[in-house]
Design a protein around this ligand. Structure first.
Ligand code: GFB
Length: 315
């Protein structure tokens, strides 16, 4: 069993500049881990096995947060299945194999709630994995994340490596991707309402009926560090808030915060995706962790971040 995470631990945040990775870096800093190991995309391509192996062998982290991934919203997922499957498979395989070879103590792998069957009973328990067909719009990404989870279990069983796979619900927060073609719904709506302004009309995709559970990325980072500190934590665990809203309710909430006088129009030619993916979070609750950032508060702070970071946010 690996020692728990502490201020003197040697920690690598893979994917440190992304939405989840940058939140993990912020959360670690609060625990005195102010200079975790990081590597930019340019310096290290995690899809490349030999450079990933060499980097990990050279830096010898004790803890690895695997938050590097090719991610995107419903449209980006459906239009680039090869990128989503290949990139995420290679990243997970290369990092886990290199961690096992170099004797890394503990690896926290970030998954996604889309790994569960499209028609899973709600709220979704971890046991629902591989009990039914996946949602087609993000099947490629989901399969890569299922392989990552299964690889983690296999390395744990065969090589004794300590791997925790966390399955978060839909993430959002500062540092999100606001590109309208690639982003997830929440940042897309913030940008659309901001650009529509008072009296303008915002086009929202689909029927508005799908339900989504939104987890602020700072809550996710808190959960991951919580898990890293517990020597007994292992295997697979859902991380969410335990509550969800319809896309129509989300659109109304973002409208109220960003542009109350704007109007909403629906584009039913765009896909709804999975009808619902509310996670059962009882494993995390039983361990003593729960999400703290409410949806309205989280949207307000993300909106503030968007306004304060025009160059970064509006790519
Ligand atoms: O967030 P989102 O792109 O991804 O879409 P998923 C959620 C819902 O919001 C869908 C609707 O029903 C969309 O049709 N929606 C409405 C919009 N307006 C918009 C808009 O302007 N932009 C976007 N993007 N959606 C993702 C997966 O699925 O969930 C990933 O594609 C990942 O693999 C992620 O797992 C967590 O929630 O449908």
């Amino acid at each position: 069993m690996s020692p728990p995470l502490s201020a003197s631990s040697r920690v690598w945040v893979a994917g440190h500049s992304g939405l989840a990775g940058s939140a993990i870096v912020r959360r670690l800093a609060a625990d005195g881990i102010t200079q975790p190991l990081v590597a930019s995309h340019k310096k290290l391509d995690l899809r490349d096995q030999s450079s990933t192996r060499a980097w990990i062998a050279r830096h010898r982290p004790e803890f690895v947060f695997l938050a590097a991934a090719t991610v995107g919203g419903i449209l980006d997922n459906s239009s680039r299945p090869a990128d989503f499957l290949y990139d995420n498979l290679m990243i997970a395989a290369n990092v886990l194999e290199a961690c096992a070879t170099s004797g890394v103590g503990k690896v926290l792998v970030l998954g996604s709630s889309c790994i569960y069957p499209r028609d899973a009973a709600q709220p979704i328990r971890e046991e629902a994995l591989l009990t039914g067909a996946l949602e087609p719009s993000n099947e490629a990404y989901a399969i890569a994340k299922i392989v990552a989870l299964k690889l983690g279990e296999a390395y744990r069983r065969q090589r004794g490596m300590h791997v925790i796979s966390a399955m978060p619900s839909n993430l959002y927060g500062p540092g999100d991707n606001f590109d309208l073609e690639k982003s997830h719904v929440l940042p897309a709506l913030i940008r659309k309402f901001a650009e529509a302004g008072p009296g303008g009309t915002v086009t929202v995709w689909g029927s508005g009926k799908p339900r989504r559970e939104f987890l602020h990325v700072d809550d996710l980072a808190d959960a991951l560090v919580f898990l890293a500190k517990r020597p007994e934590a292992g295997g697979m665990v859902n991380v969410g808030t335990g509550t969800d809203v319809t896309i129509a309710e989300l659109a109304e909430l973002v409208k109220t915060i960003v542009a109350p006088a704007a109007k909403i129009a629906w584009d039913s030619s765009k896909p709804d995706g999975t009808p619902r993916k509310l996670l059962d979070v009882s494993r995390m609750t039983a361990m003593g962790w729960k999400a703290r950032i409410g949806l309205e508060e989280g949207i307000r702070s993300t909106w503030e971040w968007y306004r304060a970071n025009p160059g970064t946010a509006r790519k």
